[in-house]
Design a protein around this ligand. Structure first.
Ligand SMILES: Cc1cc2nc3c(=O)[nH]c(=O)nc-3n(C[C@H](O)[C@H](O)[C@H](O)COP(=O)(O)OP(=O)(O)OC[C@H]3O[C@@H](n4cnc5c(N)ncnc54)[C@H](O)[C@@H]3O)c2cc1C
Length: 255
């Protein structure tokens, strides 16, 4: 994605181009992996790339000139809900491992599942997992219903912002419940914890999505021009007394 129209408004300056890696001038400086991947295994999946006077045919333009931002946001809307759906499945898998361990491992005279702090971890995890899954389902339903990523961007940002926290909490608790085994490379939890950070960074950091949610939510409210807010109790009482003055009057007369 490159700036091709510098004189356009900010969101219409970029264009999206497809550049095959065998195009002359494409230089893969080095691959970079996530922290649980090994440099020696050459697992890097994200590269620093330098484009040295690269030229590509016109047909490699995705969408119109200056339309790169729209192309990216359209694609990213679907990508974000996809991340959330995948995360929902991963979290279920981690949760199942946590529960199996809790009812299998005896330590200090009883099963882990009998210890109340372990029970709390299981209860909190189940509640977070189910709330998250329902939010993902609702968002997917709204995408299908309105077929307009722009219209549902608050919902998509909300699942994107909720995802890393739920994922990280449940992966961390699963690691803890498995004790030292959980922290070892013989279990997947360390990788899952790092992956939860990945979900909070890729396709926009959580903070940016929260800003998006807050903006869209606040759009539907109107300010109160009085010194006291609409919910101020004395004000509401006075309004109710004015509205039901007749009823109150009749009541006072008959009692
Ligand atoms: C595994 C992985 C895959 C990725 N894949 C892609 C990809 O396919 N395509 C792509 O374009 N990008 C991709 N990214 C990049 C990702 O979108 C960026 O890393 C992310 O948007 C943060 O940008 P940055 O790293 O430059 O951090 P910075 O912009 O330097 O931000 C650093 C931190 O500052 C905080 N911050 C940033 N902005 C705000 C704000 N407005 N308000 C409050 N706090 C803020 C956040 O905590 C943020 O993490 C990927 C990242 C990872 C880790």
């Amino acid at each position: 994605m490159v700036v091709t129209e510098p004189d356009n408004p900010p969101y219409q300056q970029q264009s999206m181009l497809l550049v095959p890696t065998d195009t002359p001038g494409v230089e893969i400086v080095r691959n970079v992996g996530l922290s649980y991947e090994s440099e020696n295994d050459d697992h890097g999946t994200h590269a620093y790339i330098r484009y040295n006077d690269v030229r590509i045919p016109k047909e490699n333009l995705l969408g119109p000139r200056g339309g790169g931002f729209v192309v990216a946001q359209t694609r990213l809307g679907g990508g974000r809900i996809h991340h959330a759906m995948r995360t929902s499945g991963r979290v279920q898998r981690i949760f199942d491992m946590m529960c199996e361990r809790a009812i299998s491992r005896t330590t200090q005279g009883e099963l882990l599942s009998k210890k109340q702090m372990v029970q709390e971890m299981i209860a909190d995890s189940w509640i977070e997992m189910e709330m998250f899954r329902l939010l993902v389902l609702r968002t997917a339903w709204r995408i299908d219903r309105y077929n307009d990523y722009k219209f549902v961007r608050k919902d998509i940002s909300a699942v994107k912002a909720a995802m890393p926290g739920v994922y990280r909490n449940i992966a961390s608790r699963a690691l803890q419940i498995h004790g030292s085994l959980g922290a070892s490379w013989e279990m997947p939890f360390g990788k899952e914890v790092i992956e939860s950070f990945h979900m909070g960074l890729a396709d926009g950091p959580t903070e940016v999505h929260k800003v998006q949610v807050a903006r869209r939510v606040l759009d539907s409210y109107v300010p109160c021009d009085d010194l006291f807010p609409t919910g101020h109790l004395p004000k509401r009482r006075a309004a109710a007394e004015a509205k039901y003055a007749d009823v109150l009057e009749r009541h006072l007369q008959t009692h």
